[in-house]
Structure formats: C-alpha cells, structure tokens
Design a protein around this ligand. Structure first.
Ligand SMILES: [Zn+2]
Length: 258
C-alpha cells in the first residue's frame, strides 16, 4: 500500500465522524424542543382546566348575587302582605309569591349544577397538575441526558479536530488537495475500499486488473466510475514478496483473479 494512504484513510474516518458530530450538534436543540412537547401539552391542559374552574366560579358568584337580589325582592314582597285590602289583591299576591319561589328554586338549581361542574373541573385540575409534574420530571431528565451528550460531543470534536490537524500535516500537500476536492465533489467519501471486486464508493464492479493493481501497487489507483481513490482492505499484500515473484507468475495470479 502506498504509505500516504493509511494516514489519509484515518483522516477520512476522522472527517466522517466530525461531520456526524456536527449533524448531531445541529439536531440537539430540535431534540430538546421535541422532548419538551409532552410538558407543553400537559401545561396547556392544566391551563384549560384552571380557566374552566375560574369561569364556572365566576358564573356561580353571579348566580349567588342573583339569588341575594331575588331574596331581597321577595322580602319586600312579603312585607306588603299587611297592605293588602281585597281578595283580588291577595290572590295576585299569592301568585307573585309562588312565582318568586319558583324563580328562587331555579336559581338554586343552577347554582347546584355550577358547583358540581366546579368540583369536576377541580378534580381535572388536580390530575392535570400531577401530569405536569410528571412531564416536568421526565423533560428535566431527558434534557440533562441530551445536554450531557452534547457536552461529550464538544469534547470529542475538539479532540478530533486536533488529531485532524496533526494528521493533515503528515499527508503530502498535493494528495491532500486531491482528497479535499474529491471529498467536496462526492460529498462523503474521497477514498473507497475495494471489497469483492466492488468499489465501495459507487458499488460498481471494477475491472479485475484494477483490483489486482489496488491490491499490489504502490501507485494510487482511482475508481474508473466515481474517481475515488481506491484502497485494499483485505489482507495486506507484502510488497517485497510480490516484487520477488517472477513477473510471469504475478501475471498468472492476475489471470486467476480474472
Ligand atoms: Zn467507484
């Protein structure tokens, strides 16, 4: 293998992990926001129930004031009893009293219904409060987990960038440029391993002769289709043994591979 290749392969692995880390970092605020969703929903439901209790309570107070006003009116009406002169007036008075009592019963019934409604809603508030507390607990836990993960990524990224800097200095400038251009053009891998005669960058079958050259040659080989720099991942071929073999023998091997 070309001695320039191992640091470049390592550099590529670093670069890929750096891209992955940056993507994870980009997603972290999104993940935190989505972890908060159940809490937001529980808070919304609690607010809704609380508002209902307040509205019903307000309505009940209004009805109670109505009842007081109505009772005051009935008292006045009752006070008139001594002023009544005729039977006709008395009959009208009885009717008014009957109507007043009926109205009182209606208001009292409304107050009762409102009180039941308030009690139901208050129970709902209690359940909603428990749900908010649970959602808060879970969100805090998940947020802590994601933040710890993010802190770990920051640390790892700094370490990788330092390794990248050191490694970059060991690679030939021209090769590094080539690597950078390929990486930019391919948006992922600039170097691709050869496996089972296939370029792992583009998944296309390579000519057997090219595969054999990648296996043995010190010269950098590129994929005929995607132009990625190819490297051999299998058992390292001992260069000195290959060189010591007679040329025709090496060609026979090549034929066998075909
Ligand atoms: Zn390829």
């Amino acid at each position: 293998m070309n001695p320039q290749l191992p640091p470049l392969i390592e550099l590529q692995a670093l670069d890929l992990r750096i891209v992955e880390i940056k993507e994870l970092q980009r997603k972290t605020p999104e993940l935190i926001a989505s972890a908060e969703a159940p809490l937001r929903e529980a808070t919304r439901l609690l607010k809704e129930a609380t508002v209902s209790v307040e509205a019903l309570t307000k309505e009940r107070r209004g009805r109670e004031r109505d009842l007081e006003a109505h009772e005051a009116q009935t008292e006045k009406l009752k006070a008139r009893l001594t002023e009544l002169k005729t039977n006709k007036e008395y009959q009208a008075y009885l009717f008014e009293i009957e109507m007043a009592n009926k109205k009182k019963g209606e208001i009292e019934e409304q107050i009762l219904v409102l009180m039941e409604g308030i009690e139901t809603k208050q129970q709902e508030v209690k359940r909603a409060q428990a749900k908010v507390a649970e959602a808060e607990r879970q969100f805090a836990q998940e947020k802590n987990r994601l933040e710890a993960l993010a802190a770990g990524l920051v640390k790892e990224l700094a370490e990788l960038e330092e390794k990248q800097r050191v490694l970059t200095a060991t690679v030939d400038k021209e090769l590094l440029d080539r690597y950078a251009k390929l990486k930019a053009a391919r948006k992922d891998l600039a170097l691709a391993p050869v496996r089972d005669g296939i370029c792992c960058g583009c998944r296309l079958q390579l000519p057997p002769q090219l595969v054999a050259e990648v296996k043995r040659s010190d010269v950098l080989q590129t994929c005929s289709y995607c132009h990625r720099i190819l490297y051999w991942e299998g058992e390292p071929v001992n260069a000195s043994v290959v060189a010591a073999e007679p040329l025709d023998r090496a060609e026979d091997d090549m034929q066998e591979t075909v």
